[in-house]
Design a protein around this ligand. Structure first.
Ligand code: C2E
Ligand code: CA
Ligand code: CA
Length: 475
């Protein structure tokens, strides 16, 4: 039998227990309430304020501005190429891009600023500025740069750009909806100009991608529409002065922009799976040309550039194998130019693919040799038959004895290893004479011919032979 004192103690303990659970429950409820509030005010994916909180913050900014005479800016930003990234790499990649950019923006902005995600790839900013125009341009430029830093997607650095429209409170309006409408219009103006930022009054120029930027999706369409063409640049055997082959260099005949050089779109394509269909275009062109050529003219080969990514694309390797298996005669006139760096990515796999290609008769040439770190003796263990000395050595060889010495030892070693040396960027008669003296086997460059449309090769060839008949090209 419990004494009344015991009963009171038990009751007290129970009460305490109940109190504890009630407190716990209250805390949990509070947490849930906070979470709910957070959800209604924050964007789940990026953790940035959402449209609702942005409106709230605008009211606070507005009150502060009215009380302390502090004008502020409203920016609206849209990402460039976001749709292409989603389409090319999938939605998870798109989400990653948004998270990375949100994180970078959080890092950069001051505590007094607000950046919100207000739509799919749309962000809005509230920024206090001392000097509206000057500070506005400075921070907008900085945001463009922050966004522009490549983002890693499946080991591919992906470029995203930004287009920003800029308005000021109260100069352009005191009403948020109106400010956003103005900002939206300027943002589209920026987008039209290729990214960067535009002020509401349209006065300030765009900073960002200066040339009309090229989007991956456009390259894809261009391939589908057959807008990719090739200019051919002949290679000459120095001893005999005979035309022995040509390098196919891609050109994009864009109906909107005119002729676009490969340096303006290949590097972009190379960072995406799109380079594979591009490589397929050059392969098809080369094979068609070779198939229609008179094969009794054995010497005339076609070189195509194989990007690192293409070299590692299993589908492409299989396709090449299938297309060339029964046409050894054609394969022997095909040269694949690859850079040293392509060999450095998964070297074992690269060598395996090259060995397969070589077994069909295709020749492998190392492009831009000397710009990487591989040695000729390493390359000689691979099925490589040709090295192309990078243009930079040829350009400097007259002024710098070291470059001359490098070319000389390269030629000597190549002779021992039974490899062909091609000099790139032969621009003058003086270049030609020096390189011939050094024993270079083949030459390519403006001195011989610029890259020309395929149907002009014959005209060039006729002129070249006349020119050679009349000139002596020895020292
Ligand atoms: P590359 O393979 O090193 O091609 C040689 C580049 O040097 C070409 O530029 C050519 O026009 C230029 N060149 C030739 N002779 C001279 C000369 O005497 N002096 C000077 N200054 N330049 C000369 P291009 O056609 O603009 O191509 C640039 C690069 O784009 C190529 O460099 C190659 O890496 C890439 N490329 C071109 N076509 C293709 C392609 O079909 N596929 C891939 N993956 N890359 C390509
Ligand atoms: Ca090349
Ligand atoms: Ca080259």
């Amino acid at each position: 039998m419990k004494t009344p004192a015991d009963q009171i103690m038990t009751l007290e303990a129970e009460l305490e227990e109940t109190y504890r659970s009630v407190t716990e429950l209250t805390n949990e409820l509070e947490e849930i309430r906070e979470k709910l509030e957070h959800l209604s005010l924050y964007d789940e994916l990026t953790g940035l304020p959402n449209r609702n909180l942005f409106r709230d913050r605008f009211e606070t900014f507005k009150q502060l501005a009215n009380r302390q005479d502090k004008p502020f800016a409203v920016f609206l930003m849209d990402l460039n190429r976001f749709k292409t990234i989603n389409d090319t790499f999938g939605h998870e990649a798109g989400d990653k891009v948004l998270r990375v950019i949100a994180e970078r923006l959080k890092q950069r902005l001051r505590g007094t600023d607000t950046v919100a995600r207000v739509g799919g790839d749309e962000f809005a900013f509230l920024l206090q500025l001392r000097d509206a125009e000057k500070d506005g341009a400075e921070i907008a430029g900085e945001i463009v740069n922050i966004v522009r830093q490549p983002i890693d997607i499946d080991n591919t650095p992906v470029d995203v750009g930004a287009s920003i429209g800029i308005t000021f409170f109260p100069t352009h309006s005191g009403d948020l909806s109106e400010l956003l409408r103005h900002a939206d219009r300027s943002m589209y103006e920026a987008k039209k100009r290729g990214g960067g930022f535009v002020f509401h009054d349209g006065t300030t120029a765009v900073q960002g991608d200066v040339k009309l930027p090229i989007f991956l999706g456009e390259i894809q369409k261009a391939v589908e529409n057959g807008e990719m063409a090739f200019h051919m640049q002949p290679k000459i055997e120095m001893q005999t002065m005979k035309w022995c082959g040509s390098e196919a260099l891609m050109r994009w005949q864009c109906p909107k922009r005119g002729l676009i050089m490969p340096d303006d779109f290949i590097p972009l394509a190379e960072r995406s799976p799109l380079i594979v269909p591009l490589t397929r275009v050059s392969l098809t062109m080369a094979l068609e040309r070779l198939a229609s050529a008179d094969l009794s003219d054995h010497a005339n080969s076609i070189s195509i550039n194989l990007s690192p990514r293409s070299l590692h694309d299993p589908g492409l390797a299989d396709e090449v194998m299938a297309q060339l298996r029964d046409t050894r005669q054609l394969a022997e006139l095909l040269v694949f130019e690859i850079t040293e760096s392509a060999l450095m990515i998964e070297p074992e796999k690269a060598v395996q693919t090259l060995t397969q290609f070589a077994s069909l008769g295709v020749r492998i040439s190392i492009d831009d040799f000397g710009t990487g770190y591989s040695s000729l003796s390493y390359l000689s263990q691979l099925p490589v038959t040709e090295v192309k000395i990078d243009r930079s050595f040829v350009r400097k060889m007259h002024a710098h004895k070291e470059d001359l010495a490098i070319i000389q030892s390269l030629v000597d070693l190549a002779n021992k290893l039974d490899m062909t040396v091609v000099a790139e960027g032969v621009e003058t008669k003086e270049d030609w004479i020096t390189l011939a003296d050094l024993g270079c086997h083949l030459a390519q460059g403006y001195y011989i011919s610029r890259p020309v449309p395929t149907d002009e090769l014959d005209i060039w060839s006729a002129r070249w032979h006349t020119k050679m008949d009349g000139e002596s090209l020895t020292a």
